[in-house]
Ligand binder design. Sequence first.
Ligand code: ACO
Length: 379
Amino acid sequence: MSEEVKKGLEGVVVAESELSFINGDEGRLIYRGYEIEDLAQNASYEEVLYLLWHGELPTRDELDAFSEEMAAERELDEDVLDTVRKLAEADEQPMAALRTAVSMLSAYDADDSDADPTDRESNLRKGQRITAKIPTIVAAFKRIRDGDDPVEPREDLGHAENFLYMLNDEEPDEVLAETFDMALVLHADHGLNASTFSSMVTSSTLSDLHSAVTSAVGTLAGPLHGGANANVMKMLKELDESGKDAKTWVDDALDRGDRIMGFGHRVYNVKDPRAKILGEKSEELGEAAGDTKWYEMSVEIEEYMQNEKGLAPNVDFYSASTYYQMGIPIDLYTPIFAMSRVGGWIGHVLEQYDDNRLIRPRAKYTGSKQEEWVPTDER
Ligand code: ACO
């Protein structure tokens, strides 16, 4: 057996999937055959979920039924809401709070926890409930933390619109609701990214869907993955406050050995197509508000990183200024990523259960193979 180490599993193909395809040289992303640009322009997040989980776009009736079923699952059990309250009051990090709350959802799920964990119909129902409840958890956490009462979900609003309503206790205007829905569409799936892979590893042991999603939330939280979007905004604000020009600020950061968040990608060698779409949104929001400062600053950094360092922006780069201009608190950017990517996690877990084999790679042992045992008191 070869002992060649593929650090970070770079380039290793471990599964077949029909969910999403990435061409990293062309900057192309498709979900089940549909170009991301088409989906961003035309599809709602609910439509994308249906596509990912059921394999084809829904008819109008199918979409209505699917959306209604999911909207009816938004409310949290009192015990879960109570836990969210305790976590917010204990000043827990939003992603850690989400991880704990998602894990807790299994105790209150209507499907029997003793049932076959690989049962597709049961997992589709559980998946709908988890996806429906994540926005309620995130919004409730934010409101309680800020000293406000949580806002009950409304069934008559779409997934994206309802989240913004619960967050601000006010129906969002159409532009904000559509922008947010589009951001959810863009983040829904992306091949075997780290958090998705984590959900697959968990489900490959025939553990249950809630465990798989809980693992994935924990994996998404890190700054090299979903945590990057919040760090991009912190960087833009630091740059703004420093009074330096973007080039000098970036150079200083690189000289210190820091990574510039929102740049580089394991799969893309060119600009991430999602960054293109979100960049346009960031510009539009700035123009509508009469201040394109955050967009312009981002473009300056992008040009410098691309020309001088050969690194292109990933999805997290322009989502930061987009969310900021929508008034969303910075530490909710990663939970929002989870709110969307849960669709991909569940899709990949369903695929994993359908054709399961335990995921279990090996390490090349580099430790000692010849030590003599010395009794504890003689060391
Ligand atoms: N800033 C500065 N240098 C970078 C960056 C960056 N953002 N990204 C990569 N590089 C450099 C590395 O220092 C390395 O240089 P070296 O070969 O001279 O040491 C080279 O580019 C290759 O980088 P790796 O870390 O080996 O690439 P890898 O594929 O392992 O990492 C990753 C990809 C983690 C995304 C990396 O580009 C990074 O840290 N980016 C910043 C964090 C980020 O934006 N994460 C979000 C990714 S998208 C997503 O998860 C939604």
